[in-house]
Design a protein around this ligand. Structure first.
Ligand code: CU
Length: 107
């Protein structure tokens, strides 16, 4: 009995690696935020795709926002991710710099 518990514990630990590990799975698309722009500005992913924005502009505050859909909050570092479950064309901006715009196309 004790041996079975040990085996089940091992299986549970193995199953946990993809779901509960400290390493997040790689995003499908990465958008760099630097030089006061989204790069690339226009990206495409598939349904269920995860986009990761990387705030990498020397601490300058930026924002990834598509009202009602996703919102990173205003920040100067770190990353923000959003998973797109529905196909469509999603435009977003930075509220701090309204001329910063980007488009996510979800197929
Ligand atoms: Cu900005």
């Amino acid at each position: 009995m004790r041996r079975w518990i040990a085996v089940l514990g091992t299986i549970a630990a193995a199953a946990c690696i993809p779901a509960c590990g400290t390493e997040d799975p790689a995003p499908d698309v990465v958008v760099e935020i630097s030089n006061v722009q989204f790069s690339p500005m226009d990206v495409t992913t598939s349904r269920g795709g995860t986009v990761e924005w990387r705030f990498d502009d020397g601490g300058l505050l930026h924002h990834v926002e598509s009202p009602g859909l996703f919102d990173s909050g205003i920040t100067g570092d770190g990353t923000y991710r959003h998973t797109f479950t529905d196909p469509g064309v999603y435009e977003y901006t930075c509220s701090v710099h309204p001329y910063m715009t980007g488009i996510i196309t979800v197929l």
